[in-house]
Design a protein around this ligand. Structure first.
Ligand code: ADP
Ligand code: MG
Length: 405
């Protein structure tokens, strides 16, 4: 079955439309450090505004503990949205309370309102379906139709993603539609060679992807925090680097499976090892199989792939026709450990074929390193969501919009 698109909702003029976006932007000291997700939401918002709808935007931001927390307020995001739209955007200081209700009441045709962080309400992410449903009903009471456009959360069974969609006439926005189009190209007959680059810090989350990618790809390049579980699986000591000790057997299994399938898993040959975690930490380049031979011994910390690995990965990437990359190669937030991520990003811009960057931090990384969005084939707004798509998992937030694999 196909995804229900905006057109399926009919004329939206004068109607109240609840729009689920993913405005989960990175913040530092209250300021937005990367507004990519706000920009990515503009397409659907503008479509709704131009249609004369009364637009009520909802989103989560960060991981507050189910209670209001000023640190995670969407107020600065509403402000940024207003700047990008070049129009006023109203903001309600709660999500389903009196402030929200009265702000919805005041909406006029073609105007935009942002409600406070969905996750200030514990029901949004509750494991209890009845709780989620009751929260979704409160949201639904504000609107005549629901548009789901937060691609970054479609893999989550959460009130505003899943339950809400069955309480109102609902459809996917244009961001979700375009994300799906690209991901479809990665799963259905990608042009070969097909290389996938994995990094980042959510090691146990991402190890599972490997199993599903092995039958589909030609080359798997491993960087970031998960490298150390691979190196340890090969019998090397990794100092104080990230390590998932309970995954060693699983990883050995992947290495065997890859060999049988003729898929190349390419691991770093050198690693930037630091004395401690910090911008001014002393660091050296070490062979990947001799991390503990650094001056820092067993307390050394692998924080980036080394320059030799960066060059090798770049060459693999440039030779591919299809490349998907998720997860920074190192702690790119600190300049001393950003080189590996920079090398991989640069190579992706040189791919003669389809290059896709997926993941919140990966997207933020390429922008922080000065690459333009259009230097890549596609920058996905969803890390977990795009990985689960590639894994062939069920995505509740898409299925509830009519989509089926
Ligand atoms: P994404 O959001 O793109 O899916 P993740 O959230 O998995 O990526 O990981 C991003 C984080 O991974 C970054 O903050 C980066 O600092 C961290 N990271 C990358 N390499 C390492 C490493 N070797 N050790 C610790 N953290 C790392
Ligand atoms: Mg992340």
């Amino acid at each position: 079955m196909a995804l229900r698109t905006l057109e399926s909702l009919g004329s939206l003029g004068g109607r109240r439309v609840l729009l689920r976006c993913d405005l989960n932007v990175p913040l530092k000291d209250g300021a937005i450090t990367d507004d990519g997700r706000v920009r990515a939401s503009l397409g659907t918002i503008n479509t709704l505004v131009n249609a004369g709808a009364r637009v009520i935007v909802v989103s989560h931001l960060g991981r507050p503990d189910g209670a209001p927390d000023a640190k995670y307020s969407l107020a600065p995001v509403a402000q940024r949205l207003s700047e990008l739209l070049g129009a006023p955007v109203a903001f309600a200081e709660d999500t389903v309370g009196e402030a929200a209700a009265s702000a919805v009441e005041k909406l006029t045709d073609g105007s935009v309102l942002v409600l406070e962080n969905l996750r200030f309400n514990p029901e949004e992410t509750s494991k209890d379906e009845a709780e989620r449903r009751s929260f979704a009903e409160k949201l639904a009471a504000f609107a005549d139709a629901f548009v789901s456009d937060g691609f970054g959360v479609v893999h989550r069974k959460q009130a505003s993603v899943y339950e809400l969609a069955s309480l109102l006439p609902s459809a996917a926005g244009s961001l979700i539609a375009s994300e799906l189009e690209v991901l479809d190209r990665l799963t259905e007959s990608p042009e070969r060679p097909y290389a996938v680059v994995l990094g980042g810090s959510k090691v146990s989350d991402k190890l599972g992807v490997i199993e599903h990618l092995l039958p589909r790809v030609d080359t798997l390049l491993i960087g970031g925090g998960m490298v150390f579980t691979f190196l340890a699986a090969q019998g090397h000591s990794v100092g104080k680097s990230l390590l998932e000790a309970d995954q060693l057997d699983t990883v050995r299994g992947y290495l065997d499976d890859a060999e049988k399938r003729g898929v190349r898993i390419v691991l770093p040959t050198d690693i930037v090892v630091a004395e401690k975690f910090g911008a001014d930490a002393e660091h050296v380049v070490q062979p990947a199989d001799a991390i503990e031979d650094s001056p820092f011994g067993a307390s050394g910390l692998g924080l980036d792939i080394g320059p030799e690995t960066g060059r090798a990965f770049a060459a693999e990437i440039r030779d591919a026709k299809t490349v998907f990359w998720n997860g920074p190669m190192g702690v790119f937030e600190l300049e001393a450990f950003a080189e590996g991520t920079r090398a991989v990003a640069q190579a992706l811009t040189e791919v003669d074929g389809l290059s896709v960057v997926g993941g919140g931090d990966s997207a933020a990384a390429v922008r922080a390193l000065g690459f333009a969005d259009d230097a890549f084939g596609h920058i996905s707004t969803g890390g977990g969501a795009s990985l689960e798509f590639l894994e062939g998992k069920r995505l509740p937030g898409l299925e509830v919009l009519g989509w089926q694999r």
